[in-house]
Unconditional design. Structure first.
Length: 319
């Protein structure tokens, strides 16, 4: 596992220093949640939630699955004049020190288990424009706090905790503390506007599965144990590596089954560096599966060293 010293400190010099130089101290630091990101909005007097994959959860849908408290929370936001806000839906479990993430549909399968949590973390738009005229973080936070106060006591509804940091050392300490608690990292937000900076505890990148390698698992059991990864560029697709770890048995089966529908040929889309692999060693599929991949570093030609799949990004559309 990559330690904060290996990854975070270079990020301070490359990203955080520039961010702080622009917005200045103090800043607010929040935990980076690992869940399904939602945009909550008012439509015709009723709330609805949508994720990055354009899946929409209506008020009726949530009520039918026993999550009336989520509906009350968001409807309260609407009544208070918040047209659009941001939230993250977590399953709320902790496995080996890491927060478990998952698509919201699977988390709500059993409404009685109490695992679903909705964390509110910012306001994007409000009909009371004077309240947001200054763009102050503190004012947006007060609006969320006021709305949550009206929601009946529920373990499912929470505000993302925040801390004020006045030095780089304090930011570093917050980051390291959040990683130890099992969060992905931190979100650092300006107190004077909407600028933010995201820091994570490992080097990760969202890429796309281009092909399944014809390994023994594929040939004998039809499992996508090893996959070819690519990144979309303006001129075409760039191969960035082969990942043989990270997918569980069910995910390997799902990708293998989808290959029957998504079958493609290596020439169906342009690959800029095909010389890195032998096309005959792979079963090519249409680029639909988006995955988050961690890696140690990149080689001179841009390939990932020791890539491993962290999770399938069901909330993102690859094409």
């Amino acid at each position: 596992m990559i330690t904060p010293d290996q990854v975070f400190r270079p990020n301070i010099h490359n990203d955080l220093d520039k961010f702080i130089a622009k917005v200045g101290f103090p800043v607010n630091v929040e935990p980076k949640l690992n869940g399904e990101y939602w945009i909550l909005e008012e439509r015709g007097g009723h709330m609805q939630a949508a994720n990055r994959g354009k899946t929409v959860y209506t008020e009726q849908y949530l009520k039918q699955r026993g999550h009336g408290d989520l509906v009350i929370a968001v409807q309260t936001l609407v009544d208070e004049g918040l047209y659009v806000c941001e939230a993250t839906c977590n399953e709320g479990r902790n496995i080996n020190g890491k927060l478990a993430s998952g698509l919201f549909q699977s988390a709500i399968a059993d409404a009685s288990n109490g695992r679903v949590e909705l964390w509110f973390h910012d306001v994007l738009d409000c009909k009371y424009q004077s309240a947001l005229a200054s763009e102050l973080y503190s004012e947006r936070r007060v609006l969320l706090e006021r709305c949550i106060d009206f929601v009946p006591n529920s373990p499912h509804i929470q505000l993302v905790p925040t801390s004020v940091c006045r030095t780089m050392q304090e930011v570093t300490a917050q980051f390291e503390g959040m990683v130890k608690l099992g969060y992905e990292g931190v979100m650092i937000k300006s107190q004077k506007g909407r600028e933010w900076c995201k820091l994570k505890d490992s080097v990760t990148e969202d890429v796309v599965i281009l092909a399944i390698k014809k390994t023994k698992d594929w040939n004998e059991h039809g499992l996508a144990r090893s996959v070819l990864l690519g990144r979309k560029e303006e001129e075409g697709w760039l191969i960035v590596g082969v990942a043989g770890t990270g997918l569980n048995h069910e995910e390997q089966k799902a990708i293998a089954v989808s290959a029957q529908v998504l079958t493609a040929k290596s020439g169906d889309y342009r690959v800029l560096n095909m010389n890195l692999v032998d096309p005959s060693e792979f079963v090519w599929i249409r680029p639909r599966w988006c995955v988050e991949v961690s890696y140690l570093q990149k080689t001179e030609n841009g390939s990932m060293l020791s890539p491993s799949i962290v999770r399938i990004r069901t909330d993102k559309v690859a094409e």
